[in-house]
Design a protein around this ligand. Structure first.
Ligand SMILES: *Cc1c(COP(=O)(O)O)cnc(C)c1O
Length: 219
């Protein structure tokens, strides 16, 4: 199937309250344009330099989400245009995003990445760190960032019960967080292999790459 057909099939499946981030990392601009012409506006990338290159080539009303691990020294390259940063895992990183956003008189929306998977390699904060950050006085002084939700990645496994348990745990933390702060409204969880489970568990935003654009080639 083509990119536009894949996209259409997935969109038809998504409930109205779930938004779709088309994960276009490693894919050429021509592929993104095919999705754009089919109506897709939100694109997710995991490398700041690659995203910036694509931002320069794509139509202006495209929305860019940074979904990968963010290196502080590269925040300056996306501060002008990024609309949502999914992978925020420290106050230190929020301070840097705040500082760079101020230069463009912008406020950048961010999600706190929570570590829910078994694998050691996946980045993110634990529950206490999330709650502590949301309660911190300093957060309110950072007027150029807005923490609007949480993001998490489940363990890469066929064990559906485990994935469900991890997503449900994140949903619980999300509910706790949104009772602390009314700005917390976005729960980003679910990828090609597990988005149906994620939606079942309360996701409001799915990040789907290979089911739209096909398998990625890493050189
Ligand atoms: C690559 C990536 C995705 C999309 O993965 P697919 O399995 O291709 O849908 C989603 N989220 C993050 C954080 C990613 O890095």
């Amino acid at each position: 199937m083509s990119i536009s057909e894949n996209l259409k099939a997935i969109k038809e499946e998504l409930p109205g309250h779930v938004s779709l981030v088309a994960v276009s990392k490693t894919k050429p601009v021509a592929d993104l344009m095919e999705a754009y012409r089919a109506g897709q506006r939100i694109f997710g990338e995991n490398k700041i330099q690659e995203m910036t290159g694509k931002w320069q080539q794509m139509p202006e009303d495209t929305e860019w989400h940074m979904i990968g691990h963010v290196q502080r020294n590269k925040v300056k390259y996306m501060a002008e245009y990024v609309s949502l940063v999914h992978g925020v895992d420290s106050l230190k990183l929020l301070r840097e995003i705040n500082k760079q956003a101020a230069k463009y008189h912008r406020s950048i929306s961010c999600l706190l990445q929570v570590h829910i998977a078994e694998e050691e390699t996946k980045f993110g904060m634990d529950e206490n760190e999330v709650l502590e950050l949301l309660r911190s006085e300093e957060l309110h002084t950072l007027t150029h960032v807005k923490v609007v939700g949480l993001m998490g990645m489940a363990t890469f496994t066929d064990n559906e019960a485990q994935v469900r348990k991890e997503f449900s745990g994140l949903k619980k933390l999300f509910d706790k967080s949104s009772s602390l702060s009314p700005e917390i409204q976005v729960l980003s969880m679910g990828m090609s292999g597990d988005y149906r489970i994620a939606i079942d568990c309360g996701s409001t935003m799915v990040r789907i790459g290979s089911s739209i654009f096909g398998a990625r080639n890493y050189h």
